[in-house]
Unconditional design. Structure first.
Length: 323
């Protein structure tokens, strides 16, 4: 017998403001056609005046709790992946804890940029396997619109805002690949690649800064690293590409998603794709895709999923789980 961290519920929140590609044509030397063909993005949601990373995270958490049939008071820990917390501190996670009315447990943020949600899942899994928590809210939430340079057409058309959440719960299992829950995790980073993708602000500059990205260089690393980490996680889980029902990838660019699926020998009709509607929501993109994939009826109980993501750091990783 072993313990597995099993998904009990999923939920998401998207801000009401939807911005189509064509809106950028008024202020930037760009076109809907360029954005669509290079990235697969058609529209994205941007936070309104009342949306913050913590408020969106709370809304997603409430939806996931409702889906799980659990109350906030049942939760032992909150692990929140974000690079755009409302303030430098306290963590967005403790703000969510307060907004949910939780008076017990513990909460902290994980910062691994677009790979944040796979890092958060891996951390939540470790908390559950070590017995430090039985029920964990794992959230990805971002307000990347706050760190966009609106004069930089090579970045500002690519990102969006939103939040997604899962409720994980400890469950006894056989210790086999047929178990429900998280079966394997694989994480990597290489800090030598920081200049490819970073924000040029922080406590050292006294500003929150803007996102800077050498997109074609990130692209070059993405497919190879994502396919490799997914394979490692699948090997650890004792599963093969034929067993996979859904790849739920980080939603940065449809060409990265297609290239990675091809390298993994999984056809695109077994890939959950939301990039056209959300853009790149960084750490929120995988939980958003999980929740939307569930709502669309794509992800069913017992399905085997592989999530994979890469982002600033560079940091990347994959998680294999059975829903
Ligand atoms: N509209 C029109 N032209 C544009 C735009 C735009 N919005 N943006 C850039 N261009 C131009 C460039 O200036 C360049 O022009 P030039 O040839 O005259 O110099 C040309 O388009 C080609 O630019 P590339 O950057 O080479 O285009 P590419 O095909 O690589 O697509 C993109 C760019 C979409 C950014 C792609 O490289 C990409 O998706 N990269 C990966 C990004 C990513 O995955 N990030 C994930 C992590 S995000 C995180 O961690 C926060």
């Amino acid at each position: 017998m072993t313990i597995r961290a099993v998904v009990r519920g999923a939920g998401h929140y998207l801000p009401a403001r939807v911005v189509e590609n064509s809106e950028f044509e008024a202020t930037l030397d760009t076109t809907d056609e360029w954005i669509r063909s290079r990235s697969g993005i058609e529209r994205r949601h941007f936070a309104t005046e009342t949306d913050t990373t913590s408020s969106m995270a709370t809304a997603a958490a409430q939806a996931a709790l409702a889906d799980s049939g659990l109350e906030a008071s049942d939760i032992d820990a909150i692990v929140l992946a974000t690079s755009t917390a409302d303030l430098t501190f306290p963590s967005a996670a403790t703000m969510v804890q307060a907004q949910l009315g939780m008076t017990g447990g513990f909460a902290f943020d994980v910062q691994a940029v677009c790979a944040g949600f796979v890092y958060a899942l891996s951390n939540a899994n470790a908390l559950i396997l070590s017995g430090q928590a039985r029920r964990v809210l794992v959230i990805g939430a971002e307000t990347f619109s706050k760190i966009m340079d609106w004069t930089d057409r090579s970045t500002c058309v690519l990102f969006g805002d939103g939040a997604g959440a899962l409720v994980l719960e400890a469950e006894e299992a056989a210790g086999e690949a047929s178990d429900r829950g998280i079966l394997a995790c694989d994480l990597h980073s290489d800090g030598r690649l920081r200049d490819l993708l970073y924000v040029d602000g922080g406590v050292s500059t006294g500003t929150s800064g803007y996102l800077r990205m050498q997109g074609n260089q990130v692209f070059r690393h993405a497919v190879e690293k994502l396919a490799a980490t997914a394979h490692t996680a699948m090997d650890r889980a004792g599963v093969t590409a034929d067993d996979v029902d859904w790849i739920v990838p980080h939603q940065a660019n449809i060409r990265i998603i297609q290239g990675t699926a091809k390298k993994m020998n999984v056809p695109m009709d077994r890939v959950v794709v939301t990039v056209q509607d959300h853009g790149n929501t960084s750490a929120a993109s995988i939980p958003l895709a999980l929740s939307v994939g569930r709502a669309r009826g794509q992800i069913k109980d017992g399905d085997l999923l592989v999530t994979e993501a890469i982002g600033g750091g560079l940091a990347w990783g994959a998680v294999v789980l059975r829903w």
